[in-house]
Design a protein around this ligand. Sequence first.
Ligand SMILES: [Zn+2]
Length: 667
Amino acid sequence: MKRHSRVFPAWFIPVIVLAVLSGCGSKDKDGGAAPSAAASVSLPAAASPGGPGATATRTVAPVLSGPEAKDIHSYAEPDIARVSNVDLDLTAHFDSRTLQGTATLDVLSGVREPTLTLDTRDLNITAVTDDKGQALPWHLATPDPVMGSALRIQLGAARRVRITYSSSPGAQALQWLTPAQTAGGKQPYLFSQGEADLNRSWLPTQDSPGIRQTWAATIRAPEALTVVMSAARLGEPKKLKDGLREWRYGMEHPVAPYLIAIAIGDLAFQSLGERTGVYTEPSGLKVAADELADIEKMVAAAESIYGPYRWGRYDVLVMPPSFPFGGMENPRLTFATPTIIAGDRSLVSLVAHELAHSWSGNLVTNATWADFWLNEGFTVYFENRIMERVYGADAAAMQADLGWDSLQQEIRELGGPRAPDTRLHLDLTGRNPDDGMTSIPYEKGATFLRTIEAAVGRERWDAWLRDYFDRHAFQPQTSTGFLDDLREHLIKDDAALEKRLKLDTWVFEPGLPANAVHVKSTAFAKIDARAAAFARSGIAAADVQSWSSPERVRFLNRLPRKLGPAQLKTLAAAMDLDAQRNSEVRFAWLELAIANRYEPAVPNLEDFLMKMGRRKFVLPLFKDLVAQGEWGRALARRIYPAARPGYHSVTTSRVDPVVPLAAAKSQ
Ligand SMILES: [Zn+2]
């Protein structure tokens, strides 16, 4: 049994640093003027102005060494010098679409006069000094299309550096929305999306998930807008003289830097429980609060399974429609697509997923993107356990069974069970980390954990998992480290169990091992029979209107891909498909409609693609269109140029190669 190397230089062994989180970078621009009228908008209570960490200790998380922990998507050389804390001081300029100010970094190094290597992308850097303002020598390398530009700073004796810079208007992590792109239509909006390696486009640091950092930020923005971040708000916002307000946030726990997130907009807040609440634009607040009413129950359910929630508050920010993901598990503040607002709480599993990341992903984090399954497979598994606890075993089984379907489909689309990208531990050499974000880390990862659970029994499995999160809390993890821990603490010397589980096959080999556990929903057996009957007779079941959203999705996905226009018309009418608000049902219907070049569904398709930018839906729909010959290509060339300005770079970077813009523009 190979031991996971965990050796780091002596000065890395959890050092406790005393620091004043709210100190550096926080300029008292207007000496604590009274809050403006806008500041009286309901917000959850702030932490004391000094904030968590003002006088508290700040823990430094270890950086793993060894080849399996080497992050090929970062220039950082943490064994020479590593960032332990980031303090941002930035002003949001909506007119020039830039964040401008300073980043002050605390650095640890065991080397006498080290070079600090940071990740950046498209930053306009104007000065690098120590904390006394003395200039430090620095060099910005030629940019690489995948990695960005390495920023190398000769530290000399300095262990705190201040970088003066601004982001570029096209910064990959940031999306600046015009008022017209918001629900309210009056104020602009800014949000960030850091995962996987995008945050280097607005903050210069070591942008590697294995290098955890505490952080704080002072942000100035137009006073009518609210600034929220994935950290505790420290004190009340301060009104400044120049029409701005200044906000202060701080994160006392060391986190992976992709989890530093910001949103600025016309936001309102409603409490949903003692430590939970929802932010969104005022016009959508009531509907969002109704949809998310079960959040407090979910947090309690999650804690009852895997131990205490360690981040303080759990709030959800319901984003503008262009948000590229279903949700992003930014600590304390999940960013969620507005497509979860289905009107019937049928998509709250997405919140269960982001909440589950508070353990898997945020507490224990993949050290590199090759082990992304450690974030997502655990989270899909855990999400399902939360759903089971809150909504019952049938709902959880339906969700798991739909996951199995999407896993099978993904394996086919990636080239079959021998395709290298069907492995959990991925080889991303020379590739964008985004290339690994398929259903494999999510659904194959979750199936792997279900398979272990079935083999050892839930009680023993849960006990191990709970201890696992404790043992590795606030630390990075690799596949090797996970397997070592599993063998040491769960399997022990049970050779028969080890053989039965096929652990290495699961993690390092392609395809789905023969021992994979498939959770089958009994409710779906009836739905599958109805789908077969419809395919034969063209007559929709009388009770179709009463089906739940997962049943509708299963039904649509089980129909033959080729149906006649009369059958599609019957189906659309019986299931009221063009009026569906549930985005999963709508997506399943549009895929079927495109496969049959069904013209009457085109207005619905166009509306869907124009109004939301979630990559999970947008990318396959454009791929489907392009696969339909000139009929679909003409539609893609018409719709994409109109829809593209509303999408985040996370979405456009994947759709651009599918619908080449040159072709689109020529139409
Ligand atoms: Zn996730």
